[in-house]
Design a protein around this ligand. Structure first.
Ligand SMILES: [Zn+2]
Length: 431
């Protein structure tokens, strides 16, 4: 892909890189010549490709200058990347995962994400002590960018405590028990006094955003102290506005878990920034308009609804189809999230199956709405001049054959060309 001006000189530049960069190179590169230029970013001319404009692909010549796209550049370029026959899109995002949160094979999992074009990741509940070893490997040009919630805020005996109780039975990090989970995996805040008490601890973990849990909030009083609803309840919806106000004052976005349509409404009323799921209940046109006005984004997780409380597949599809149509008509940004482990494109395919969106809209959601929903202040999810120089060059047009989204020939992130070893050699994660 790189032309001849980018030939032998490259190996000598690798030998000059810092120890730190060299170590990272080992993680991500096998036979390929380079991952990056040893921490030094060069400018490229990108010629011959067809670039996605939101609706279709058209030819452009683009420059990457100091890690950003430019339409023109008079200065020297390191090389011309020949993108003839390639279709250029912005990299993909996954706005709801619990991956990259601890345990083994960090490098392999990062590599897998980069290989599949998934550069932007939002982890919506993680144990910060487990995540800590990952942090040094992330959020740099040669790696994936991850935003972490740390432990979410919930009520006594509420979701997701039942999940972390189970995780503690076979913890991926040895030595952890149920008793270690509070104030790491989740924070119990039953009232304003508890919020006051926990707040310094929550901030001390340096979350990138805050996760809050609503679960059948229409039955909050009925469920709050009934043991048969252990794990099937959430925060007091009356407390949520207090949490959101406090989070916003600390410059933290708030992402809400919601199961029912009433949860969705309560989250909106409280002023959250994002809904982490589509509700398994019917929204109204005014709900959708309210979300659009408040610039709230909604994450799909259609494959992640494993606890459907007896709902049939057809009923779940019906809710998703109707709610997505309402949200789209109102102009609410819809982001993809797997709520589990990759493949991200399986979630995209599942939403495609519902036939609410045409393929151009799905590509926009995957490459524009989702990255921006994860990192709203960055110039990502775009290919225009001034945007971060990050892209995927596909072997075919995804608007002609949707599976081309998985055929990635070239990956650039913030001006660095990523070179990854072949999939067979990398070893896929075990889960
Ligand atoms: Zn989740």
């Amino acid at each position: 892909m790189l032309d001849s001006s980018d030939g032998d000189g490259r190996a000598s530049r690798i030998s000059g890189m810092s120890v730190c960069a060299a170590a990272f190179l080992v993680l991500l590169v096998a036979a390929g010549p380079v991952l990056s230029h040893g921490g030094v970013r060069h400018d490229f001319r990108l010629a011959g490709g067809q670039w996605f404009d939101g609706e279709k692909f058209s030819p452009r010549t683009v420059y990457t200058v100091a890690g950003s796209f430019q339409d023109a550049w008079d200065g020297p370029v390191e090389a011309t990347l020949d993108l003839s026959g390639k279709y250029v899109v912005a990299p993909y995002g996954d706005a709801h995962t619990h991956d990259l949160a601890g345990g083994a094979n960090a490098e392999g999992r990062i590599r897998e994400r980069l290989r599949s074009g998934n550069f932007y990741i939002q982890n919506t509940n993680n144990i910060p002590k487990w995540t800590e070893p990952f942090r040094a490997l992330l959020n740099r040009p040669e790696s994936v960018d991850v935003s972490y919630a740390n432990g979410g805020l919930t009520a006594m005996g509420a979701h997701p405590i039942q999940i972390y109780d189970r995780v503690a039975e076979r913890p991926p990090v040895p030595g952890w028990t149920k008793a270690d989970m509070p104030d790491q995996a989740y924070f119990v805040v039953d009232d304003a006094a508890a919020l006051d008490a926990k707040w310094p601890l929550i901030l001390a973990g340096k979350p990138d955003f805050l996760k809050v849990y609503l679960e059948h909030s229409e039955e909050f009083s009925k469920r709050r102290s009934d043991p048969s609803f252990f794990g099937k309840r959430g925060l007091d919806p009356a407390l949520l506005p207090v949490i959101v106000k406090r989070a916003h004052a600390a410059h933290l976005r708030v992402v809400a878990h919601a199961r029912t349509a009433e949860d969705f409404r309560n989250a909106l009323a409280a002023g959250v920034d994002q809904l982490a799921h589509l509700p398994l209940g019917l929204l109204t046109e005014s709900d959708a308009k309210r979300a659009a006005t408040a610039k709230v984004s909604v994450v799909t997780t259609t494959l992640g609804h494993w606890d459907r409380e007896g709902m049939s597949d057809a009923a779940v599809d019906d809710f998703h189809r109707k709610n997505l149509a309402l949200l789209a008509a109102a102009g609410v940004p819809v982001a993809f999230g797997v709520d589990g482990h990759p493949p991200l494109l399986a979630e995209v395919e599942n939403v495609r199956r519902l036939k609410v969106f045409d393929d151009a809209a799905l590509v926009r959601m995957l490459t524009q709405s989702t990255p921006r929903a994860i990192f709203p202040s960055r110039k990502i999810g775009c290919l225009a001049a001034g945007c971060e120089a990050s892209f995927l060059a596909l072997d075919g047009n995804p608007l002609e054959d949707f599976s081309n989204l998985g055929k990635i020939a070239v990956r650039m992130k913030q001006g660095f060309v990523l070179r990854l070893e072949p999939a067979e050699a990398a070893g896929r994660p075990a889960h």
